[in-house]
Design a protein around this ligand. Structure first.
Ligand code: BV8
Ligand code: ZN
Length: 238
């Protein structure tokens, strides 16, 4: 399968954990609904953090440590090349917090769910900052002297950054029928990311799915390419 592009095509790529699988980063739903043995609502929700911030930091510390030596793969690189070719007619929306798109060189990108290596204060509005420490205990804010620091990640039940949603809305409405939406390595379970395929249909665009196997929302896509993204993406865009 080759995705036909012309000089009016505007390409929006949505990636999920599947694009990082071939870099050795575990996906979520392959872990039979548990993340490294944790119930997602206890380690990736504001209630969970409120209830046991140490457990949450232990979960994120483990994921930060696991990123040591992890590199982007050919799938990430293919999206950097496509961005270079299309310029402002390209936008990448990733659900991943692993930072591998940034490491690969992607710039026209929104990290919908935040970034694993960024920390912010749960209490005050000090700017989120880069933090690669695998905290074993809950770090305390030095600005407001008491607030607990937390991963700068969008947890379940938390709203996405309005600026991110606006940027996606802008891209999709500008593109209209010229929109080519490509979802890569995502199970299509988590909203609002999973809703982008319907938004594409609403504006008259065309949708493609590149995935190892058919996910729950496979029927929503116009075209489906089954296979590993590191193999499929480098030759996908005509
Ligand atoms: C929101 C950060 C408004 C954490 C994540 C009830 C109460 C409260 C909320 C809700 C509710 N019901 C629904 C909701 C909304 C909720 C939601 O959608 N829940 C789902 C579970 C039903 N969404 C939210 O809460 C969002 N906020 O809606 O705000 C609001 C506010 C208040 C109340 C209501 C609404 C926030 C969602 C963000 C959650 N945070 N991540 C962290 O990462 O630590 S989501 C988390 O799942 C990750 O970010 C991940 O990216 C995402 C989705 O998973 P996938 O990326 O798709 O990964 P998965 O493993 O599932 O799939 C991988 C796929 O790849 C598989 O299909 C596999 O076959 C394929 N694959 C594997 N290998 C390869 C491959 N493909 C290609 N090549 C390969 N080699
Ligand atoms: Zn603070």
């Amino acid at each position: 399968m080759r995705i036909p592009l012309d000089d009016r095509s505007r390409v929006l790529v949505l990636t999920g954990a599947g694009i990082s699988a071939e870099s050795g980063v575990p996906t979520f739903r392959d872990a039979n609904g548990l993340w490294e043995g944790h119930d997602v609502t206890r380690v990736a929700s504001p209630e969970g953090f409120e209830d046991d911030p140490t457990l949450v930091w232990r979960f994120y510390a483990g994921r930060r440590a696991a990123m040591a030596g992890v590199r982007p793969n050919a799938g990430h690189a293919a999206l950097v090349a496509l961005e270079a070719r299309l310029g402002d007619r390209f936008l990448l929306a990733t659900q991943n917090v692993d930072g591998l798109h940034r490491d690969a060189g992607s710039t026209r990108m929104v990290e919908m769910h935040g970034n694993l290596m960024t920390t912010r204060c749960a209490t005050c509005d000090r700017a989120p900052f880069r933090d690669t420490t695998a905290h074993a205990t809950v770090p305390v804010c030095t600005s407001c002297h008491g607030g607990l620091l937390r991963p700068d990640i969008v947890w379940f039940g938390e709203s996405l950054d309005p600026a991110v949603l606006d940027r996606l809305e802008q891209f999709v409405t500008t593109a209209g029928r010229d929109l080519v939406f490509v979802a890569v390595g995502t199970s299509g379970v988590v909203y609002p990311a999973a809703g982008l395929v319907e938004v594409t249909r609403r504006v008259g665009g065309t949708s493609y799915l590149v995935n190892l196997e058919p996910p729950a929302n496979v029927a929503s896509f116009d075209h489906v390419v089954l296979g590993p993204s590191a193999t499929q993406l480098p030759t996908l865009f005509a």
